[in-house]
Design a protein around this ligand. Structure first.
Ligand code: PPS
Length: 292
């Protein structure tokens, strides 16, 4: 299979997604959620892997050895994942005994209905739009199944317009925010997790109805810190072959900070971004910090 043939984006109910996901959409739509599924939902690059590792540490009672049982993409299968020749996310999840951990980047309106029917617990993590833009740009350079991002200026323009995989960041974060009280959703922010991981992990524990000692909580904070995760091959995606994810120019675990956008946005780009942002976010109370 030529991985570059997967780079085409096609709208699914108006949201751009990889052609591979589009062609297998029916299987995702019909996915059978279970009431004891724990789901981590995000717009790409919002701290998904971080949240997945935290949740698996909670699931494993704070034992890092248990979390080394497999790579993160097998411990927390990616619901809509679909690359020919590899098991799809749906296949992986169908074969996983309960309780399962599930990763998804789907906007809320595209979530399979069974998640609402089963009232599964969903942790949504949102990250400020500017840091996501930068992280997503570098990610496009290393993932062979994503379209060539072109120069930063071009990518940023496409990102602002929602012409990227998973569509508009604004619609994604607002969509999940607006429905957070209608379903079993805990809405968290990357910047808060960065500022005070202990406090935010406590919120996860309360939401998941898990009690652990302070010692174990400290262990989870340490094991899921950026520096530790960067060198942990079970989470840094180094186990993925170069033909799919080539980390020779930039790492998946790249910087892991809030505010890196300042090193990449020009003054003009920032002004244009802010003007557009103000308009698109004028109808929500949702507030993001672009630095901490
Ligand atoms: S993906 O591909 O959409 O699932 O990517 P995702 O995991 O959502 O996002 C990757 C970014 O998250 C950063 N990251 C972390 N930051 C802080 N602490 C920890 N532990 C951590 N783990 C991952 C990762 O470095 C990517 O952000 P950037 O800004 O590119 O460094």
């Amino acid at each position: 299979m030529d991985i570059c043939s997967l780079q085409k984006l096609v709208p699914i109910h108006g949201v751009l997604m990889g052609i591979n996901i589009y062609e297998n959409w029916e299987k995702v739509e019909k996915f059978q959620a279970r009431s004891d599924d724990w789901v981590i939902a995000t717009y790409p690059k919002a701290g998904t892997t971080w949240a997945c590792e935290i949740v698996d540490m909670i699931y494993s009672g704070g034992d890092p050895e248990k979390c080394r049982r497999d790579a993160i993409y097998n411990r927390v299968p990616y619901l809509e994942f679909q690359i020919p020749g590899m098991p799809s996310g749906v296949e992986q999840l169908d074969a996983t005994p309960s309780p399962r951990l599930v990763k998804t980047h789907l906007p809320i309106q595209l979530m399979p209905n069974s998640f609402w029917e089963k009232n599964s617990k969903i942790i949504y993590v949102a990250r400020n739009a500017k840091d996501v833009a930068v992280s997503y740009y570098f990610f496009h350079q290393i993932v062979k199944a994503l379209p060539d991002p072109g120069p930063w200026d071009v990518f940023l323009d496409n990102y602002i317009k929602g012409n990227v995989s998973y569509g508009s960041w604004h619609d994604h974060v607002k969509g999940w925010w607006e429905k957070r009280h209608d379903y079993n959703i805990l809405y968290l922010f990357y910047e808060d997790l960065k500022e005070n991981p202990k406090r935010e992990i406590r919120k996860m524990l309360d939401f998941l109805e898990k009690e652990i000692s302070d010692d174990i909580l400290e262990k989870i904070v340490y094991h899921t810190s950026f520096d530790v995760m960067k060198t942990n091959d079970m989470v840094n995606y180094k186990t993925i072959p170069n033909e799919i994810l080539d980390q020779s120019t930039t790492s998946f675990m790249r910087k892991g900070i809030a505010g890196d956008w300042k090193n990449h946005f020009t003054v003009a780009q920032n002004e244009k971004f802010d003007e557009d942002y103000k308009r698109k976010m004028s109808d929500t109370e949702l507030h993001f910090r672009t630095e901490i």
